[in-house]
Design a protein around this ligand. Sequence first.
Ligand SMILES: *[C@@H]1O[C@H](CO)[C@@H](O)[C@H](O)[C@H]1NC(C)=O
Ligand SMILES: *[C@@H]1O[C@H](CO)[C@@H](O)[C@H](O)[C@H]1NC(C)=O
Ligand SMILES: *[C@@H]1O[C@H](CO)[C@@H](O)[C@H](O)[C@H]1NC(C)=O
Ligand SMILES: *[C@@H]1O[C@H](CO)[C@@H](O)[C@H](O)[C@H]1NC(C)=O
Ligand SMILES: *[C@@H]1O[C@H](CO)[C@@H](O)[C@H](O)[C@H]1NC(C)=O
Ligand SMILES: *[C@@H]1O[C@H](CO)[C@@H](O)[C@H](O)[C@H]1NC(C)=O
Ligand SMILES: *[C@@H]1O[C@H](CO)[C@@H](O)[C@H](O)[C@H]1NC(C)=O
Ligand SMILES: *[C@@H]1O[C@H](CO)[C@@H](O)[C@H](O)[C@H]1NC(C)=O
Ligand SMILES: [Cu+2]
Length: 811
Amino acid sequence: MALFKVFGANWLAALVVLLFAVGTVVSMPNSLPKLEKVPHGYAKNWLYSRGGKPRNETKPVNAESCVAPVVQTITAPKENIFAGLSDVEAASVVAFLFDQKTLNLTTSDEAGSWDNTITLVELLQPNKTAALSYLDGNGTPPVRYAHVMLNCRSTEEPYYQDLTVGPLPISNGTTTIAALEYPYTRKTEGKVRNLDADADEALYADWLYVIAAEIQDITLDWFGGVAVGEDNDTLSVWGIDPLWQDDGIIRWDQFWNTPTGDFDSGTLLPTGLYFGSNVTGRDASQWELLGWYYNGIYYKTTEDFKAAYASPDFVKHNPNVDGDWAWTDHLGSSPEQDVIAPPVSVAPSGSRYAVDVPQKYVKWMDFEFYISFNRDLAMQLHDIKYKGERVLYELGLQEALAHYAGQDPTQSGTAYLDSFYGFGPYSFELVAGYDCPSHATYLDTQFYTGETTHTHKNSICLFEKEAQHAMSRHSTGSYVTVNKNIYFTVRNICTIGNYDYMFSYEFYMDGSMKVEVRASGYIQSAFFANNDDYGYQIHDSLSGSMHDHVLNFKADFDVLGTSNTLTKTALVPTTETYPWSMGKSRNTMKLNKTRVVSEDESKLFWDHNSQTQYQIVNLDKPNKYGESRGWRISPSEGTAHLTVENSSNLQNAANWAKYDFAVTRRKDTEPRAAHAYNSQDVANPPVDFDDFFDGESLEQEDLVVWFNLGMHHVPHTGDLPNTVMTNAHSSVQFSPLNYLMGDAGRESVNMVRVQYGEGEPSDVVTFGGQEPQCLVDMATLQPDLTTYIGDVVIRKFPFDPNNPYFETGSI
Ligand SMILES: *[C@@H]1O[C@H](CO)[C@@H](O)[C@H](O)[C@H]1NC(C)=O
Ligand SMILES: *[C@@H]1O[C@H](CO)[C@@H](O)[C@H](O)[C@H]1NC(C)=O
Ligand SMILES: *[C@@H]1O[C@H](CO)[C@@H](O)[C@H](O)[C@H]1NC(C)=O
Ligand SMILES: *[C@@H]1O[C@H](CO)[C@@H](O)[C@H](O)[C@H]1NC(C)=O
Ligand SMILES: *[C@@H]1O[C@H](CO)[C@@H](O)[C@H](O)[C@H]1NC(C)=O
Ligand SMILES: *[C@@H]1O[C@H](CO)[C@@H](O)[C@H](O)[C@H]1NC(C)=O
Ligand SMILES: *[C@@H]1O[C@H](CO)[C@@H](O)[C@H](O)[C@H]1NC(C)=O
Ligand SMILES: *[C@@H]1O[C@H](CO)[C@@H](O)[C@H](O)[C@H]1NC(C)=O
Ligand SMILES: [Cu+2]
């Protein structure tokens, strides 16, 4: 344990050490006593001049340690009606479902691919009207319903079934089960076909391994391994998602080398050998091999391919082979000073925010909100208020797409819609001191799977941090003013297979908010041969397969009520003649202020040169100058929509990805831009986003902004072994527009004005903020990562709340 003294007799020495060791929260004391001065124009009770007060040079050295990072607690003003089902509620719904003999359910542990199972039991989010009457009035909490998903596979035509069970708590007589249909644009009684029902059994055992075994002499000779379903296989076979659906159900798979070390490098090890299969229907004996593909040549049969391989002119490239180039541990010589302990962040007074941990309610400065968590999308924010007024009823991820392209059928056929896998199951524990500062507050989250509830420990973090730039500043010949930029972040990270997405919601003292995504993890790569038009060659036989990431978010704005309008302020070049311009025309620019009046014109793109500004305002709530108060929405760090037009892979399954952002009238029947199983029926998906647009007026209506973050990812050598978050990022910002009468950042006392001394010691004017006066215990800043523990699981059927166990699932 190393204690650094921040203030005291030798404060200067400590300060120097701290600047290297800690890097934040130390304010520079003034060394010389000076006269107090109240500058012209300021009320005296606003400020005091620290410059005039002699600092006690011999502060006691036994100053107390800085406050440990224990969060302040608070009681949420209302119950968190978005949070999720309790363990008891989930268990009672599961028991109720198993009581319904007509559902013909088998427990997940015992189920094979021809049994019906429960895949989801979670809270059905309340309708907004019911929620608002509770949040804003004296109403009771909305009646609770469970959202249930069944995987009905005891049939030739397997399907997923969306159901509601409620009202809760379960009671004979009042609780009913009904098909859930209203939140989806497609009205098929909550049924979506399941294309992958046989994925875990027949697909591998009866199909892929059988084909792979037919050429095992070739793969052994060429790649040094086989894929036959034995534990000692050193090749794996996997391929496209979604499956092709326009002429039966078609898949393409590739042979991949498997990692030889402890690292998850499998997606970097393609061999370039592919085969296509027609897997229409559930009877593997009816499935058909469509052909083989290697190095630009298509072979219709296995015999054709074997014959070609045996011929002397067959061109054989080396496969990609695992090695330290693909492993993520430290590699290479470190730069000279790199081993010296780097700066870390300290919260000397503990948390300056308060959390109702059981209710997942958070209050930081003038912002407050509730957090929920679900299987499809993980963390969502609700009822975000600023200065006591709701700004957003709901803010959260809707879907994430990674659309690849390539000369080969697997890259060309890949367009992952990640909520199919679910973000919730993969929102793993955060690494304190790395993913979030060690002084952050960590919250647990829960999701349902296979008659259990899994708890991800410490999977959401909350923290305050000082930005690397000031909020505002100004210098003159006689003074300089600077405001600190202390901001608040709510973060989670989801690792969907090879890829890690970090979601951050940031809140700032000027009232602005930012939604940010950063990506890391292993790229899905392509075999290099013939792939120049789709990527760079990044290793011996590897191409960094090009792909678009597009992530859709819902922002349900309520600006001073639910009657809102989308306004557009375009900067336009113009030629004007003015009364004073002496009859000459002047080339200049001006504003064109208009409204987006209906859903016929609300599928939108950010303008070139950022020349058009969009904002959600309330036309009925002008400020005292007659300007409508509102929130501007702007891309902050680069965004992306899908480059592919009318994607063959996606058809209608991700129409939200076509635009930068779109605005619709909010409806209980359109709660989400996508459905987790849109990939199962891409031509006619359960939610087709384009069906939200039916020409309705958007003037003074309850509006939702559906905006996309994203990156056009063309991986290069710097993406090996993992993509770096400094490059792979995107964000959108919401900032108050004519909303307040000035910059709210000015309300913070964390600012200073230094009045030049002109040869004399300067006056340092401060405003009442506390100075950190404590000893930093560096040991508390080094989290004990041996406590990193993985998921805690509780059985729901039979309900066994007292015997939790540890188990972390992965794809
Ligand atoms: C300054 O420190 C000295 C020595 O610890 C103490 O006697 C004195 O009271 C302190 N003065 C003030 C103003 O705190
Ligand atoms: C119920 O499911 C089983 C498989 O778990 C299946 O064999 C049986 O035919 C199903 N019964 C009905 C009535 O669908
Ligand atoms: C929520 O709204 C939908 C669509 O209007 C409606 O069908 C449903 O019954 C509502 N749910 C409740 C619990 O009122
Ligand atoms: C509902 O009724 C069934 C059959 O009468 C009974 O077995 C079950 O325990 C009851 N459930 C509840 C929650 O009362
Ligand atoms: C893999 O294991 C099987 C038995 O399970 C054995 O027959 C085979 O020789 C092994 N293959 C290799 C490459 O070791
Ligand atoms: C796949 O099989 C189905 C069912 O036999 C058939 O309708 C479809 O045309 C086939 N597709 C291709 C590409 O062979
Ligand atoms: C102002 O914008 C509207 C709507 O985009 C457009 O129709 C109009 O032509 C623009 N006017 C000018 C002067 O640019
Ligand atoms: C999209 O592509 C499909 C298949 O090529 C075609 O049938 C359809 O008309 C296209 N749709 C649009 C809007 O271009
Ligand atoms: Cu990427």
